[in-house]
Design a protein around this ligand. Structure first.
Ligand SMILES: NC(=O)c1ccc[n+]([C@@H]2O[C@H](COP(=O)([O-])OP(=O)(O)OC[C@H]3O[C@@H](n4cnc5c(N)ncnc54)[C@H](OP(=O)(O)O)[C@@H]3O)[C@@H](O)[C@H]2O)c1
Length: 384
């Protein structure tokens, strides 16, 4: 029987690639739900192609317009945040892919987990801001979270090689982004168009800027802490510009297991959809017939301080990672509008984190409140 899959954020980079994977396996995957924030032109095309049971649009007026356009179909159109959460918790699904970006992933992910769903999670911010809460809820409701992020998919696969007590540490690889090797002086003049040119990966704008600041790797450190229930001291980061090794696990006997493929999200997305099986596909393979160098180096923590802010926020725990995330979302938005310089992004994070006293074991409501507070403070700081 085909797996009934809901794709939240189907118009984005992860969403459209998930549908590419679905196209490879029409007999194994049945798309029953789709969602967008605003892009109803693409969503309409997707609905006409996949004929899902339901689709959600965040912006209510856009939802209404889409409903009018799709009068000749039977797809139920849901609107707003509540519509998105209803789709995430849709009773008749086997798997929910969360390809939403930023904080918007938290509540739908929580809604899916609360219903005991299997969740293929690309939205790392959900675990950054609410990892403790989501993992506890997943345990209570017997929900399964399968990582989609390439690094965490790699760790998930490598961890099959040994028991939990046999893990010495996990090593997240990072491409280093477009500014690998640049010093602060060189970084001071960076403009959005340049920062959006990632050397290895084609992704949405927000995660591409996060890759350029190494914030993305910091978020992945926190994501790994929660996904694999591992201490921050056991999570290392290494720069590997070729993005061929997607991450590694070092076991207590000194053996290190790595996962290798071309840098394409199609591989980890498909693994999350097929798990625990592996399915054939026609995605491009690594060519071993020519000379290839793989390089590794430590991250530059001076020019790219966001990585350490994530370790700090993660170690403080509670609401602090939500503050880091919200400040980062505001700063990235302002940088993309060309309103602040690239090097101002970490300044905003440090400032807002310093203003916050973390609250431990936050509820969902407290995380949402913290997010709102940190966004306001960040905007106020940037105006002053
Ligand atoms: N892209 C990658 O290769 C990649 C790799 C690893 C991890 N990730 C992670 O995957 C997540 C998605 O990244 P992406 O690059 O696919 O992002 P993206 O291209 O910006 O797509 C985001 C999707 O979410 C929708 N959306 C945006 N804001 C929303 C909101 N406030 N509420 C509800 N829906 C909203 C968008 O709809 P509209 O199109 O209508 O705006 C779109 O469908 C991020 O957490 C990212 O870190 C991405």
């Amino acid at each position: 029987m085909a797996r009934k899959i809901i794709v939240l954020g189907s118009t984005g980079s992860i969403g459209t690639q998930t549908l590419k994977v679905a196209d490879q396996h029409p007999e194994k995957i049945n798309i029953i739900g789709l969602s967008a924030r605003n892009n109803i032109d693409l969503l309409e095309k997707q609905i006409r192609k996949y004929r899902p049971l339901a689709a959600a649009v965040l912006i209510p007026e856009k939802a209404l317009e889409l409903k009018k356009r799709l009068g000749d179909t039977s797809t139920t159109i849901l609107a707003g945040k509540s519509g998105l959460k209803a789709l995430a918790a849709w009773p008749d699904s086997d798997l929910v892919v969360v390809g939403l970006v930023g904080f918007s992933g938290l509540e739908p992910t929580f809604a899916a987990v609360s219903k005991g769903k299997t969740v293929a999670l690309a939205n790392k911010e959900a675990l950054v801001v609410g990892g403790e809460l989501i993992m506890a809820e997943a345990k209570a409701k017997k929900a399964v979270i399968i990582p989609v992020d390439s690094e965490h998919s790699a760790l998930f696969q490598c961890l099959h090689a040994g028991g939990k007590k046999e893990v010495a540490k996990v090593i997240l690889t990072a491409s280093g982004g477009p500014f690998l090797g640049w010093n602060k002086n060189e970084l001071s003049a960076v403009k959005p168009a340049r920062a959006l040119k990632h050397p290895n990966w084609k992704m949405g704008a927000k995660v591409t800027i996060d890759s350029a600041t190494l914030m993305n790797k910091g978020f992945e450190v926190i994501e790994a802490r929660w996904l694999f229930d591992i201490d921050f001291k056991q999570i290392d980061v290494v720069i590997h510009p070729e993005s061929i090794i997607h991450s590694m696990v070092e076991f207590i006997d000194g053996s290190t297991i790595a996962q290798i493929s071309l840098p394409s999200m199609l591989f980890p997305i498909q693994y999350a959809l097929s798990y625990p099986e592996r399915w054939e596909n026609n995605f491009p393979r690594l060519d071993w017939d020519f000379k290839r160098n793989l390089t590794f180096m430590p991250p530059d923590r001076i020019s790219f301080p966001c990585l350490d802010y994530a370790y700090q926020a993660g170690a403080m725990g509670g609401t602090m990672p939500a503050v880091l995330n919200a400040a980062n979302e505001v700063a990235v938005e302002e940088f993309l509008k060309n309103n602040i310089p690239f090097l101002h992004i970490p300044v905003v994070l440090e400032e807002i984190m310093n203003k916050h006293s973390t609250r431990l074991n936050p509820s969902l409501e407290e995380i949402v409140e913290t997010d709102t507070w940190a966004r306001q403070e960040s905007r106020y700081f940037l105006r002053s």
